[in-house]
Design a protein around this ligand. Structure first.
Ligand SMILES: Nc1ncnc2c1ncn2[C@@H]1O[C@H](COP(=O)(O)OP(=O)(O)OP(=O)(O)O)[C@@H](O)[C@H]1O
Length: 963
């Protein structure tokens, strides 16, 4: 073992010497072994090694000056054994003692992380291993007589690790002697001058004594154009219970947040356990726990689940070990009888204990709490304060802000803050003496501390003057304190720090977050039932209100988007404090966002499927005329047997149907140029269609009938192309033109995929938009207000209520970027993919399906013996889909309004005509098979996903620091 003395003078200069085992005097005489320029020619102390105690002992000599050991006065001629980290102070000098034990030796090598055996036993003892036992032996400092040659044994048993004390002098586990115990994550074993911590897999040697020490140097924070924290320098010893006090708005929370690194100071430095708190990642690495004023726990979870799920997010340990740690914490916090209760059923004090328990999971060396007692009754507040005091006694440094001074006697140290300045640091008696006057000895000890608030409230004395008064008082820290060097503390750059191997892998964090979401949702079955019931109710209303499948699908797109958006809008803003805390504990941004997307996406998809299924079911009930399975089956059979053309036709191959003049969309031809255009060489005719397998027609009929795909499956077969005058179209060489047909399986797959894609992507994009809103807003109420603002444009610009060609030019350009427009395009393509085009002209802005004489078709039918009729515009469910996909005025020339006399009437109606180029006609019989609009829609949705994800992740980065 080696001892080092680190002396720091009042100007901050320091020197380090290795202490010999022989007695050595420390003082201001040149013949002193350690000579300090203290300005007094006297020896102050003597340091000597005591082999029976295996440590150095300090003897105070007949010194003319007071000496303090760890801030406590040491009487003249008193002696005290020293432990690692002790601090002696006199005349403004600080003398630190570092006892450096030899590094443990394992398998012949020095090692400070000692992996525990997967089987068998590991023995810890002094010196070298007994002969033949080297493999399972950890050798500790041979000079340390307090360690037995075999001190304790750790064995693997039933998935855990059992520790047995076999020493002469005893071992302590978390400060308590024991004979046999099961090791739980975070347990601390003290043996001689060594302290080991169990991290679930190995014992780590805590090789420095300052775990839990907090040092702040000139912390300053500027906000709102002023200093809300002004050059605060302070030091908190390990295991102290510290209260930050001061009036409202004086800067208590600002100081606390700066000390724990949650909202770092603008300038200055904070060291925890002698290591610099550099950035947010070091908060976790240095073992800093933080309990904000708001609860950092989901109220719907049970206490046990809240702790278990947080444990799985923070600790990369087997579940059994996490459970053991939770049992320990629940006992420590007195929550045994509440562990099965949901958090919302608990009182304020119990809830605060749960929040503290969550922080204790990761075994912090320092715990910061912002106003832990706010809103609690006096009795609960006292219980909580006593609990925090106990935590401090167990070795955790506890720092909290508080207003109340009644319980100030519980604190080891009070820090008074005024106008962002530290105006006092010391215990409650010292505070009384400093503020209430030391002249009235004895009486001030009884004076209520609350009086200090009235003194501080006297604004005639500025905070700066109070700060100066404190620095000039005997309670002021030695000037050199802040400059105390880290020296041996970071000798091996290890301690509480460097916990990267404990980072929870992303897949496990994701699974835990999903499980937590699920538990929160099922915690309130009524809420879940409501979410599903709203899908059913809206489906019924949609099916009831509209006999138009096109309209029903569009309403479903909007409803689905609304489900997603409303499910997500309050998600992040509602748990931002929990996110912030978990982020500091190592939760990845992408993992968090991914869990929200996956869970809410799945929930919204379930609602959408329910909506779709119910709406279809109810449509069969209310609109039976839309479904005619026998007729559909007959047409399917016909499709399988039909072969177009009597003469030898030019058959467009299924993959490359008739394309003219490079217009690849849909086999468009210009009426006047069709005769003259040059057609590419005709491809070879495909083989005649093979008969369907038994049962295929029935199966297709069921699916097609259910999903409203009759027209798509039947019309996609081979067919002749016709001109408007009813004649069959021919190519320039005079050959008859036909369409070869699309494979029925492809039509079925494409239409089903597009329909599902349109609806599900509407839900997903709703979730994505909702999450973005949730990240950007400041409250859940604001989030709710954003939802209609996002959804109403989806209705207006979706291209259905107002079809695309009917929009103004700028609205049309805008709509192309609207997500519902993209989803509706997928649905549009699914409606018409594989369908044979009727005569269709782009001459009118609203296209009409023309009969051969150019007028709109009128369709007549009978129901219950009653003749009914409708014009084609009214009953064609896909009229808007055709319009949206085929009639794009900008692409086909400029349209100009003109009045046209309608034959047989005296009225004139305004119509659009194409002036800049000739009319475009689609040959009847051309089958729509163009997937380009669907790809464009997917591209648009992809862009939305990318933009929203970027905005959300950036928002989360800002929110994680409280922005
Ligand atoms: N981000 C900020 N921008 C501007 N001013 C701020 C900001 N944060 C805090 N302040 C101001 O700094 C001062 C100290 O705030 P702080 O919250 O630390 O006080 P406090 O002592 O904790 O008060 P309370 O006990 O009421 O919570 C207040 O005047 C507050 O208005």
């Amino acid at each position: 073992m080696e001892a080092r003395l680190i002396a720091v003078d009042p100007q901050g200069g320091h020197a380090e010497v290795v202490l010999p085992k022989e007695p050595v005097s420390v003082g201001g005489r040149p013949e002193d072994g350690v000579f300090l320029r203290i300005g007094v020619a006297a020896s102050i102390l003597r340091l000597r090694f005591d082999p029976s105690l295996s440590t150095w002992v300090v003897d105070v000599l007949e010194a003319p000056v007071p000496v303090r050991l760890n801030d406590e006065p040491l009487a003249e001629r008193a002696s005290a054994p020293l432990v690692n980290g002790d601090q002696l102070a006199f005349l403004g000098f600080q003398v630190g003692i570092r006892l450096i034990s030899a590094e443990p030796v394992f398998n012949g090598r020095a090692a400070s992380i000692l992996p525990l055996p997967k089987s068998g036993a590991l023995v810890f003892g002094r010196g070298e291993a007994p002969a033949g036992e080297a493999a399972g032996f950890v050798g500790l400092d041979a000079d340390d007589q307090t360690i037995s040659s075999k001190h304790f044994i750790i064995e693997r048993q039933q998935g855990g690790h059992i520790i047995r004390d076999v020493s002469r002098f005893g071992t302590t586990l978390n400060g308590v002697s024991f004979s046999t115990a099961e090791l739980v994550y975070g347990d601390r074993i003290k043996i001689g001058h060594y302290t080991f911590e169990f991290d679930g897999k190995a014992l780590r040697w805590l090789d420095h004594p300052d775990a839990g020490m907090i040092e702040a140097e000139r912390l300053t924070r500027e906000a709102g154009g002023r200093k809300i924290l002004n050059e605060v320098t302070l030091r908190v010893r390990p295991g102290e219970f510290v209260g930050i006090l001061g009036g409202s708005g004086q800067g208590k929370s600002t100081l606390l947040n700066a000390l724990c690194g949650i909202v770092p100071a603008s300038s200055g430095a904070v060291r925890v356990s002698r290591q610099l708190l550099e950035d947010r990642s070091s908060i976790r690495d240095l073992g800093v726990g933080y309990v904000p004023q708001d609860d950092i726990v989901h109220r719907e979870l049970t206490v046990n689940d809240a702790l278990l799920l947080s444990g799985r997010l923070r600790l990369n340990l087997p579940v059994a070990q996490i459970r053991a740690r939770i049992d320990r914490i629940i006992g420590q916090l007195g929550l045994e009888e509440h562990r099965a209760k949901r958090v919302y059923m608990l009182s304020g004090g119990q809830r605060k204990r749960v929040s503290i328990g969550i922080e204790l999971l990761s075994n912090p060396s320092v715990l910061f709490l912002d106003e832990p007692s706010s809103g609690l009754d006096p009795a609960t507040e006292e219980n909580l304060m006593v609990l925090l005091q106990k935590l401090a006694l167990s070795g955790i440094t506890v720092v909290c802000t508080t207003h109340v001074l009644q319980k100030a006697y519980l604190f080891d140290r009070l820090l008074f803050i005024q106008d962002g300045r530290l105006v006092f640091s010391g215990d409650s008696d010292e505070a009384r003496t400093h503020f209430l006057g030391g002249g009235q000895a004895g009486s001030q000890l009884e004076a209520p501390l609350e009086k200090i608030y009235s003194i501080l409230a006297d604004r005639s004395i500025p905070a700066e003057a109070r700060e100066q008064a404190y620095l000039a008082s005997p309670f002021a820290p030695p000037p050199a304190m802040a400059a105390a060097p880290p020296a041996a503390a970071t000798r091996r750059g290890r301690g509480k720090g460097v916990r990267d191997d404990r980072r929870v892998p992303a897949p496990r964090a994701l699974a835990t977050l999903l499980k937590r979401q699920w538990k929160i949702v099922v915690a309130d079955p009524l809420n879940l039932a409501f979410l599903l019931a709203q899908a059913v109710v809206i489906a019924i209303l949609i099916a009831w209100a509209s006999d138009d499948i096109g309209m029903r699908m569009f309403l479903m797109v909007v409803a689905s988007m609304w489900f997603g958006c409303s499910n997500a809008a309050q998600q992040i803003v509602g748990e931002i404090m929990i996110f912030r805390r978990e982020r500091v504990c190592g939760l990845g941004l992408a993992t968090y966002y991914g869990s929200k997307l996956l869970f809410l996406g799945a929930l919204t998809a379930l609602q959408t499927l329910l909506l779709f299924g119910c709406a279809h079911l109810m449509a069969r009930h209310w609109h039976p005329e839309e479904f005619n399975r026998p007729e559909f089956e007959r047409q399917l059979n016909e499709r399988y047997t039909a072969v177009a053309g009597q003469e030898e036709p030019v058959m467009a191959a299924a993959d490359d149907d008739f394309i003219a003049k490079g217009d690849e969309d849909f086999g468009l031809v210009e009426e006047q140029s069709a005769q003259s255009s040059t057609t590419p060489a005709a491809p070879a005719p495909p083989p005649p269609p093979s008969p369907p397998k038994p049962g295929t027609v029935e199966r297709l009929a069921s699916i097609g009938d259910w999903f409203h795909l009759g027209g798509n499956l039947t019309e996609s077969g081979p067919r002749d192309l016709l001109l408007e005058n009813g004649e069959r179209a021919r190519d320039p060489a005079g050959k008859l033109l036909s369409f070869a047909g699309l494979p029925i399986d492809r039509v079925l797959t494409v239409t089903l995929l597009l329909r599902a894609g349109g609806l599900l992507s509407a839900g997903l994009i709703g979730v994505i938009l909702g999450l973005t809103v949730s990240t950007l807003v400041r409250s859940a109420t604001q989030a709710v207000m954003w939802v209609p603002l996002l959804l109403i444009p989806q209705i207006l610009f979706g291209g259905f209520v107002i079809p695309y060609p009917e929009m103004s030019g700028s609205a049309r350009a805008f709509s192309r970027g609207v997500p519902s427009f993209a989803c509706q395009r997928l649905i549009d393509v699914s409606h018409v993919y594989g369908r044979a085009m009727p005569f269709l002209s782009n001459r009118t802005k609203t296209p009409v399906f023309l009969t051969t004489d150019g007028s709109k078709e009128t369709i007549e039918w009978e129901r219950a013996g009653k003749p009914l009729s409708q014009d084609y515009d009214r009953i064609s469910p896909f009229n808007r889909s055709w319009q949206n996909l085929l009639v794009v005025p900008d692409d086909r020339g400029r349209h100009k309004q003109e009045s046209v006399r309608v034959t047989g009437t005296f009225t004139t109606i305004p119509r659009d005509s194409v002036k800049s180029r000739q009319d475009v006609r689609y040959l009847k019989g051309t089958v729509f098979r163009n997937l380009q609009p669907a790809w464009a829609a997917l591209g648009c949705l992809g862009a939305w996903v990318a933009v929203c994800a970027t905005v959300t992740l950036s928002g989360l980065v800002i929110k994680q620091t409280g922005g």
